[in-house]
Design a protein around this ligand. Sequence first.
Ligand code: ATR
Length: 285
Amino acid sequence: MKIDSNTKIYGLIGHPVGHSLSPIIHNLAFEHLSFNCIYEIFDVSPECLGDAVKGLRALNVKGFNVTVPYKESIMQYLDVISEEAMKIGAVNTVINENGILRGYNTDGYGFIEAIKDEGEEIAGRDIVLIGAGGAAKAVSVSLAMNGINSITIINRNLDKALTLSNYIKNEYHIDCTYCTIDELNELKNIDILINATSVGMSPHIDESPVKEQVVIKSRFVYDLIYNPQKTLFLRYAFKNGIKCANGLGMLVNQANHAFKLWTGVNFNKELIYKHIQVEGIMKTM
Ligand code: ATR
């Protein structure tokens, strides 16, 4: 990689940001397309967020991703926020257009594209969504915008499930309810079952957000987690021959949408998947 005075800088802000795959994805894509660009990681401590954004603007950093814990708090420092990011209430991608900072959310898009990449339809489907945090909100907004029939939200904290289901119902006028895990056991068929909680994430790899009896009622199972690649939740699906996928597809697709917002073109997704698999990058995380 040759860095000179024309090199455009992109990056990621978050805290902590140690294990992010984003630099690998974007730098590989820049290299493959021979773009004179570089993607850096910026670990920003909470009391420095405002100063960090001023610095990114002053240094003419062309664009950046935003991860935990700043997806919401970044919004106060931006000049323009897209409608989708407003609805989700979080920004994960920023473009710096001559000093004007524009915020977007590409997580929802990444999720929908990942489901489509698996050959699954979304329109008309009955979805069960586990989780009611930030990731679940991005997923439920994107599902509501893509013509699903119904969403049932379950969450450890039921108040949060109620708040999210009311929000989706009121904003999109679709059938969106919530229930307890026990009530979920009474459901007969689930078109798509989605885990949008952190349950099962490394190092807690022997936990699942729901029991196997719930997983086996599903036709297609999606876990937003990609580390480990096979959570216990997905292992239940595998064991019972149920089609399933992990969150790597969502990660790569949200990155691809951010890349397009920054550069005007998409990268080659297959190249990225191949690199991640061939290099064994997931195994070292
Ligand atoms: P994110 O932005 O990744 O969605 P978040 O907003 O903190 O993170 O949401 C985390 C989600 O995982 C929530 O749905 C949370 O449930 P609660 O609202 O009940 O906290 C869920 N979660 C995290 N740890 C959990 C656990 N041990 N058991 C069940 N749910 C858990």
